[in-house]
Design a protein around this ligand. Structure first.
Ligand SMILES: [Zn+2]
Length: 575
C-alpha cells in the first residue's frame, strides 16, 4: 500500500515556532509542505523516529554573506550544519549585482575588505555570468543548494553600477543618479530581492582601505532607493551604522524618515560596544519609541559576544606583527609549531612582547585582558578571571608567555577568543535582555564572511544550547528560543510560508537531540576556490535537518539531497 505521506517525523516533542508550549506528536510532509500535525498520523514513505527529540521548524538566518559562495557551492556551510534551512544574504551593502564587467574587481575588493573573504577565492569562484540583479538571481537559481536562499540588493554594488567611479569615490549622487537607483531597486524587488541593504560604518572598508561606497550617501539618495521598494510594493531595509553617540538623534531621525517615506520595514545591527557599554540601550529606546508609533523598525542582535578568533592558522594572532614572527608568518602550520617550540624563538617573541608592553603597544583586539582560550567545547561566556591577563596576574608569567603556549595547543590548532562587542561587562546578561525584547530579532551571524577571523554563524545552535539548557541563570523556554530563530526571523524578511510547524507551511524541519546539542570547536579548512582558507564550525545534536520534506543533513552528515531553492520575493502565509 502506498504511504499516505512523503515523510512523517513521529512522536517528537514539537516546538512549533509560535512560542507555544512543547507538545508530543507527529509532523507529516507531502510535496514539500507540512500537511498534518497531530497524533497517530498515517504512514510516510520515509519515517523518522523522533521520540525524546525536539522537533522544530528549520531555522531562518537573516544575516549572512554567502553572495559569492552561493554561486559556486551547493552547500551553504557552515550555516546549514546549524539547523538553518533558509539563509538571507546581500547584507551590509555588499554583494555582486548589479555589476558591469569593468567593475568586477572593484566589487571583489569591497567584499574582501568589508567581509574578509579572500579575493583570490572570489576571483576564481565568481563566474560573473550576470549584469542586472535579476540576472544574478537566475545564476543563483541555476545552482542546486542544500537550503533556501533569500537575497537583498546591496547598496555598494548598486551605487557603483549607477555612478561608476564617482560612486566608489563617495561623491554625492545627482538627481539623475537617484532616479536611476530608484528604478533599479524597484526592478530588483520585482525580480525577487527580499530587500535592500546599506552600510554607514567607517569599519567597512575595501581591501585597499577605501571607505565603503555607501558610507556618506545622503538622505535624498537613500530615500530615492527605498522609494523604489515602495514602488515595487515589497522589500525590507537592512542597515549597519556607527551611531556615534552625539550623532545618534540625527542619524536615527533619518532612519525614521526612510521608514515613514517608504512604508517598508527596517532592521539595523545592534551590539553592546566596549567603550560605551550602555549605548545600545539608547538606540533600542529610539527603536521602541518608533515601534510604539507604528514604525516597523527592529534591531538585529546576537546571543553571544562578537569576537575574533586568534590562532596560528587564522588571519590574526597576538604575535602577528612581531619582528620575530615575520620569519614564520607564511610557513605551513607544522613549520610554525616547530619553530615556536624552539626555546630561542620563544625568547625572541617574549622579549619583544615585554618591550611592547612597556610601550603599551598591545592594544585593541590584541589586549590580553579580553582574550580567552576558546576551548573545546568552545566557551563563549568566559569568566573575567580566566582572561589571559588575569591568569598572568595570578602567576609569575607574562600574558604573552601564557598566550604563546595556548596557541601551541592541539598542534597549533587551538584558538584564542577576543570579543570586540557584546562583552563589555564580561558576561552576556545584556544579551538576555536583547533576546527577550520584542523589537529585537536574531541576526549578525555573518555566515560565509570574515572567514579568517570570525565564526559566528554557529549562533543558531548556541542560542538553543546555551540559552535554553547550559547557562547557569537566565535561561529561556525552548519554545520561545525556537520562535526567535524561526517565525520571528522569517517574518522580519517577509517570509510567512515558513518558520512555523502547521499545515500549509514549508516542510523545513529540525530533529534535535537536546542532550547532545552543541557547537563544535572551529577548524580551519583550505577548501575555498584557489585553495583559500576559511573557518568552519560544526554542531552536534542535529539528528536530521529537513528542507522541503527532504533530509539534507543526518547527524551532521550531508545527504545527496539538494532541495534548496532561490526565494523570489516575499512569501505569503498559506491559507
Ligand atoms: Zn554583515
Amino acid at each position: 500500500m502506498a504511504a499516505e505521506f512523503d515523510l512523517v517525523v513521529r512522536n517528537g516533542s514539537i516546538a512549533d515556532g509560535t512560542g507555544a508550549t512543547l507538545r508530543e506528536g507527529d509532523v507529516a510532509v507531502r510535496d514539500g509542505r507540512i500537511v498534518a500535525v497531530g497524533e497517530g498520523l498515517g504512514s510516510g514513505a520515509e519515517e523518522i523516529d523522533a521520540r525524546g527529540k525536539l522537533v522544530a521548524p528549520g531555522f531562518v538566518d537573516i544575516h549572512t554573506h554567502y553572495d559569492g559562495q552561493a554561486t559556486w557551492d551547493a552547500r551553504l556551510n557552515p550555516s546549514s550544519w546549524h539547523g538553518v534551512t533558509t539563509i538571507v544574504m546581500g547584507n551590509c551593502g555588499v554583494g555582486f549585482a548589479p555589476v558591469r564587467a569593468s567593475d568586477h574587481s572593484r566589487l571583489i575588493e569591497l567584499m574582501e575588505g568589508v567581509e574578509d573573504i579572500p579575493g583570490a577565492a572570489l576571483h576564481e569562484g565568481l563566474k560573473w555570468n550576470w549584469e542586472s540583479f535579476g540576472d544574478y538571481l537566475d545564476a543563483i537559481d541555476r545552482v542546486p543548494h542544500d537550503v533556501d536562499i533569500g537575497t537583498q540588493l546591496p547598496h555598494g554594488a548598486l551605487r557603483v553600477y549607477v555612478m561608476g567611479e564617482r560612486g566608489a569615490a563617495l561623491e554625492a549622487a545627482t538627481d539623475g543618479d537617484i532616479a536611476e537607483m530608484r528604478r533599479l531597486s524597484a526592478d530588483a524587488m520585482r525580480a525577487g530581492a527580499l530587500g535592500f541593504s546599506t552600510s554607514r560604518t567607517l569599519n567597512h572598508k575595501t581591501v585597499k582601505g577605501d571607505p565603503t561606497p555607501s558610507l556618506r550617501a545622503t538622505e535624498a539618495e537613500l530615500t530615492g532607493i527605498v522609494l523604489g521598494l515602495k514602488d515595487a510594493g515589497s522589500g525590507v531595509i537592512e542597515m549597519i551604522s556607527d551611531f556615534n553617540q552625539p550623532d545618534l538623534p540625527t542619524e536615527f531621525g533619518m532612519i525614521r524618515r526612510l521608514v515613514e517615506a517608504s512604508g517598508r520595514p527596517l532592521s539595523l545591527s545592534l551590539a553592546q560596544g566596549h567603550s560605551y557599554a550602555d549605548g545600545w540601550r539608547r538606540i533600542l529606546k529610539l527603536i521602541e519609541e518608533s515601534a510604539a508609533g507604528g514604525l516597523p523598525i527592529k534591531a538585529q542582535v546576537a546571543p553571544r559576544p562578537i569576537g575574533v578568533l586568534l590562532g596560528l592558522q587564522g588571519s590574526v594572532n597576538p604575535f602577528l606583527t612581531y619582528a620575530a614572527f615575520q620569519d614564520i608568518k607564511n610557513k605551513p602550520l607544522a613549520d610554525k609549531v616547530k619553530a615556536m617550540r624552539d626555546p630561542s624563538f620563544r625568547a625572541r617573541i617574549l622579549s619583544e612582547a615585554a618591550e611592547r608592553e612597556k610601550a603599551q603597544a598591545q592594544r585593541g583586539i590584541m589586549a590580553f585582558d579580553r582574550m580567552f582560550p576558546l576551548g573545546d567545547p568552545p566557551n563563549y561566556e568566559p569568566a573575567k578571571e580566566t582572561s589571559i591577563a588575569a591568569v598572568a596576574a595570578r602567576s609569575n608569567r607574562s600574558a604573552a608567555d601564557i598566550a604563546y603556549d595556548l596557541l601551541l595547543e592541539d598542534e597549533g590548532r587551538a584558538f584564542l577568543f577576543s570579543p570586540f562587542a557584546n562583552y563589555a561587562n564580561y558576561n552576556l546578561d545584556h544579551c538576555a535582555e536583547m533576546i527577550a525584547h520584542k523589537d529585537c530579532v536574531m541576526g549578525l551571524g555573518d555566515g560565509g564572511a570574515h572567514v579568517g577571523t570570525i565564526s559566528d554563524a554557529s549562533y543558531a545552535t548556541y542560542l538553543l544550547a546555551h540559552w535554553g539548557r547550559d547557562r547557569a541563570k537566565g535561561r529561556f523556554d525552548i519554545g520561545y528560543l525556537v520562535k526567535r530563530q524561526t517565525a520571528d526571523t522569517a517574518r522580519a524578511v517577509g517570509l510567512y510560508d515558513r518558520g512555523i510547524i502547521a499545515p500549509g507551511m514549508k516542510g523545513d524541519l529540525n530533529v534535535i537531540d537536546m542532550d547532545k546539542l552543541a557547537v563544535k570547536a572551529p577548524t580551519m579548512a583550505y577548501d575555498l576556490p584557489a585553495g583559500g582558507k576559511r573557518l568552519l564550525q560544526g554542531a552536534a545534536g542535529y539528528e536530521a535537518t529537513i528542507v522541503s520534506g527532504e533530509v539534507v543533513y543526518r547527524n551532521g552528515e550531508a545527504t545527496r539531497a539538494l532541495p534548496g531553492k532561490l526565494i523570489r520575493g516575499p512569501q505569503a502565509a498559506p491559507r
